[in-house]
Design a protein around this ligand. Structure first.
Ligand SMILES: [Zn+2]
Ligand SMILES: [Zn+2]
Ligand SMILES: [Zn+2]
Ligand SMILES: [Zn+2]
Length: 227
């Protein structure tokens, strides 16, 4: 069977569509990223270690983020960022581990510089009931001035995966949770079929958003970065 092509993403600086594999290469020549680096270099922010992170949903590789994190920031900042862009539904508990369930917990007060090294993979668990498992791969570090005043900067993220309406095959913008749980269907609906859709036990169909937690627990987006 031919392998399904990887879900591409967009550069957070210029909006160009890029592959997951091509992120670093693109950023090196992206004029908007280079502008951001130049103005950071001219700023009075201190030079520090910056970490390039690749964040992946552990079970659905269509969902990925590339982040830049300042080394002096604690993992708590990363937890908050992941909640905002992907995960937050009802304020569940979360933790960072090496090795996932039963692995070693890494406290959220720990600083990136104290934990990270290239090649390290942390597993983030959100909600110990209906758990979202997220891998954070440390790609590389470099010394420089951060491009923003925030501890984390978004470099690139996946595009929302394409979904087709279960009724007509047209592009879908909605998800019916009842179809997923009770009828074993995809639950994807276009605007037209969402209008006349009969289900309501789990509420009206929800808008599809760019998060791997879509359809889990009470998650309803908005899947936007916090800054
Ligand atoms: Zn770009
Ligand atoms: Zn929840
Ligand atoms: Zn339809
Ligand atoms: Zn339905």
């Amino acid at each position: 069977m031919p392998r399904r092509p990887e879900n591409p993403g967009t550069c957070a600086y210029c909006g160009e569509i890029i592959t997951k594999r091509g992120v670093s290469k693109h950023l090196e020549k992206c004029p908007k990223r280079q502008e951001a680096l130049a103005s950071a270099a001219a700023s009075n922010r201190p030079v520090e270690t910056l970490w390039h992170l690749r964040v992946l949903d552990a079970y659905n590789k269509d969902f990925w983020l590339d982040l830049e994190m300042v080394g002096s920031a604690s993992l708590d900042k990363l937890d908050k960022y992941l909640r905002a862009i992907w995960l937050e539904c009802c304020g569940h508990l979360s933790e960072f581990t090496i090795g996932g369930w039963g692995g070693t917990e890494i406290g959220k007060a720990r600083k990136a510089n104290a934990i990270f090294e290239p090649g390290l993979v942390l597993r983030h668990l959100y909600d110990f009931g209906t758990t979202s498992d997220t891998d954070i791969k440390v790609v590389r570090s470099w010394e420089g001035k951060p491009t923003t005043k925030h501890p984390i900067a978004l470099l690139a993220r996946n595009r929302i995966p394409e979904a087709s309406c279960q009724e007509c095959g047209q592009p879908a913008q909605w998800l019916c949770i009842e179809c997923v749980y009770e009828e074993d269907k995809s639950g994807y609906l276009c605007d037209e079929h969402m209008e006349e859709h009969p289900h309501e036990i789990y509420g009206e169909p929800m808008p599809l958003v760019n998060s791997p937690r879509t359809g889990m627990c009470g998650y309803d987006g908005p899947a936007e970065p916090p800054y």
